[in-house]
Design a protein around this ligand. Structure first.
Ligand code: WTA
Length: 636
């Protein structure tokens, strides 16, 4: 029986039990048998959630790219590592073998070194889904630089906040990007961001759309000639198990994004292990995750997890609707994709279109379907199961977070019986707990509460870059000696988990985490706005959409509110990005507040969702009179 690859339910229960009873023995065996180390660890795990401090495989030495690339060369050098499928179906796909990936990563790593990047330096990557994105991530890891990928849909302000927070000295970008029919001027966005980020010394620019751009002399350099001249051999930098691998920003309940820091060895072991099991990857399979590498899903399950297993991983540059809504299925047919991993929002959007878009393609290669990013509703689950999986490919509803690094709760296909809307059972090494209002753990089944995890797993984020205190407060202070996820969950009569959604000020829109505070900060910058509050309301494609309640400084009957709404969304687009735009904006005379001045979002949430039957006791509010007025004018 192998701990590494679970093949039936009996094995799962056996392996799970072992992983909880003897976590150190369990992870040590996996680490020893399935990875390449330059030096072994002296201790498997030490942890203290009160500090919090977590160390896995202490003092081990390794490089994650040796594990993702070099060690496969003798056996799989000619195997395709990455399939690049361009935005337009008229452009040919590119197959990059492990040998070629090795050469590309080495060349890129040498370019980084020649341009002054050293171990420990932070490098911001702001690229579309082109091969250079995966290659630059791996090149950073090869030389021990800490990559921080910023999703290329973020605005210049959001980009510069992240550059400044991690004090990056280099930005890697491209002249522009393709997105369906549109092109986006990425370099222009970088230029604007760098006006606010003077610390950046070098910008490496990949050519993708051949647009006319300005190159600032002494700062901006075209990547291609540098790569051509670079050596194709680059020794790995030997890293400590706990050396930083990357920073990835995620929204939180204050305006500033949280730079989640992931380290090397534990992240590698856990993402590789979970990839193998959750997707049941077999050697000749073609695996496709539709996420962008700018999110954690792309880091862990396009790049590191699959490559560590010597898999073929597909990267898609485009969007599901271009040139038409059959694009995903055309790609599945063309590349005979075996495992397909996407988000509920994409499934819902595709389910609204004619089912002929699915049925015109041969999807018989599919073996496993995955879902991630938000709760998947039953209707979407059933559509996915019936039309895409033809009821023969199990759906793995994978629950996890940027902070967790890898999947924590998920079915294992053909092992765990699935149940629509349930992420089902914890993976080995994960001990969930549900907590009640009084901070006590709720035992037994058929219960719901706030979801925590009792012990560290190898890929838990180690800190928030530059703000350990915030890390402690956000994740380890709500419940003693437990990691708090920010999600609510229920456990059914068989012990299966269903994630019910966020219980904090984060709203998930089209699978993207949106902190309400940064959006409110953006709105409040408008000179006419006094105050604002954002809540979510259900949306049939996005899952949730954003509803803003805004008070103005001067209320004037003639105020051009439609124009103001446009200006507010424009501000949000500039400060954060178009993904954070509000669907509804209601101008109100006052926001309901507690006597201590806190905005009562609970009431606003009920108004936004048209659930005003029971608003609870509003008499204790500072200004109960505003509530009726907001209800009377709500935008339903
Ligand atoms: C939500 C994405 C229900 C959850 C990997 C979590 C989910 C947040 C699921 C993290 C799922 C993710 N079912 N909810 N299968 N997967 N979530 O950091 O609220 O972008 O806390 O990581 O997404 O989002 P993040």
């Amino acid at each position: 029986m192998s701990n590494y690859h679970i093949k039936n339910l009996e094995e799962y229960f056996h392996v799970y039990k072992k992983s909880i009873q003897e976590p150190e023995v369990f992870w040590e065996e996996i680490a020893e048998e399935h990875f390449t180390w330059r030096e072994k660890w002296t201790n498997v795990l030490s942890w203290d959630f009160s500090k919090p401090e977590i160390k896995w495989f202490e003092n081990a030495k390794l490089n994650i790219t040796e594990n993702c690339i070099d060690r496969h060369l003798p056996t799989r050098g000619d195997k395709t590592a990455i399939i690049f499928e361009p935005n337009s179906p008229d452009e040919d796909a590119l197959h990059i073998s492990y040998n070629e990936l090795h050469e590309r990563v080495c060349k890129f790593a040498n370019v980084l070194k020649l341009n002054g990047v050293a171990k420990g330096d932070r490098v911001i990557i702001y690229l579309p889904m082109i091969p250079e994105l995966a290659v630059s991530v791996l090149a950073c890891a090869r030389i021990g630089a800490v990559h921080s990928v910023v999703f290329a849909g973020f605005s210049s302000t959001a980009l510069s906040t992240r550059i400044n927070d991690c004090e990056a000295k280099m930005v890697i970008t491209s002249d522009g990007s393709y997105r369906g029919k549109k092109t986006i001027d990425l370099k222009g966005i970088v230029d604007e961001a760098l006006d606010e980020s003077p610390g950046v010394e070098t910008v490496l620019v990949a050519k993708r759309i051949n647009s006319e751009i300005t190159m600032k002399s002494g700062r901006d350099i075209w990547l291609e000639p540098l790569l051509e001249n670079a050596s194709s051999e680059c020794e790995i930098e030997i890293m400590d198990a706990e050396d930083p691998l990357f920073i990835l920003y995620t929204s939180g309940s204050t305006g500033k994004p949280k730079g989640m820091l992931h380290t090397t060895a534990g992240y590698m072991v856990f993402t590789a292990y979970t990839f193998k099991n959750v997707f049941q990857y077999q050697d000749d399979d073609v695996y496709w995750c539709t996420a962008d590498i700018g999110w954690i899903t792309g880091h862990s399950y396009i790049v590191y997890g699959p490559l560590c297993n010597g898999a073929t991983t597909l990267m898609f540059e485009g969007v599901p609707s271009y040139p038409d809504y059959g694009r995903f299925w055309q790609i599945v047919e063309e590349h005979k994709v075996n495992q397909f991993y996407t988000a509920p929002t994409a499934i819902r959007a595709l389910a609204k279109e004619n089912v002929d878009f699915v049925n015109s393609y041969d999807l018989s290669s599919l073996k496993v379907l995955g879902s991630v990013g938000e709760p998947i509703n039953e209707e979407a689950w059933c559509w996915y199961n019936e039309h895409v999986g033809k009821k023969k490919s199990p759906i793995v509803d994978t629950w996890w977070q940027t902070e967790t690094g890898g999947i924590l709760i998920s079915p294992i296909p053909h092992v765990t019986p699935t149940k629509p809307t349930f992420a089902t059972l914890p993976l080995p090494g994960i001990e969930p707990a549900l907590m009640d209002e009084n901070g006590e753990e709720i035992n037994g089944n058929q219960v719901d509460g706030k979801l925590c995890v009792k012990k560290p797993w190898p890929s838990i984020a180690r800190t928030i870059w530059g703000d350990h205190q915030r890390y402690k407060e956000t994740y380890f202070s709500a419940y003693e000696n437990k990691y708090f996820t920010g999600d609510g969950a229920l456990r059914d009569e068989t012990g299966y988990y269903r994630i019910t959604g966020r219980v904090d000020d984060v709203i998930i829109v089209s699978g993207h985490n949106m902190g309400t505070a940064p959006i409110e900060d953006a709105i409040n910058e408008h000179p006419m706005v006094a105050e604002s509050a954002i809540v979510g309301f259900p949306h049939d494609v996005k899952g949730n959409a954003l509803y803003g309640f805004v008070t103005l400084k001067e209320v004037d009957e003639s105020s051009e509110t439609d124009n103001l709404r446009k200006q507010i969304n424009q501000l949000i687009t500039e400060q954060i990005g178009p993904i954070a735009k509000l669907d509804k904006i209601q101008f109100v005379n006052g926001l309901p507040k507690t006597r201590s001045g806190k905005i009562m979002r609970r009431i606003l949430r009920k108004i936004a969702t048209n659930d005003t039957g029971n608003l609870g006791d509003i008499s204790t509010l500072l200004n109960p009179e505003v509530v009726q007025d907001i209800m009377d004018n709500s935008l339903q």
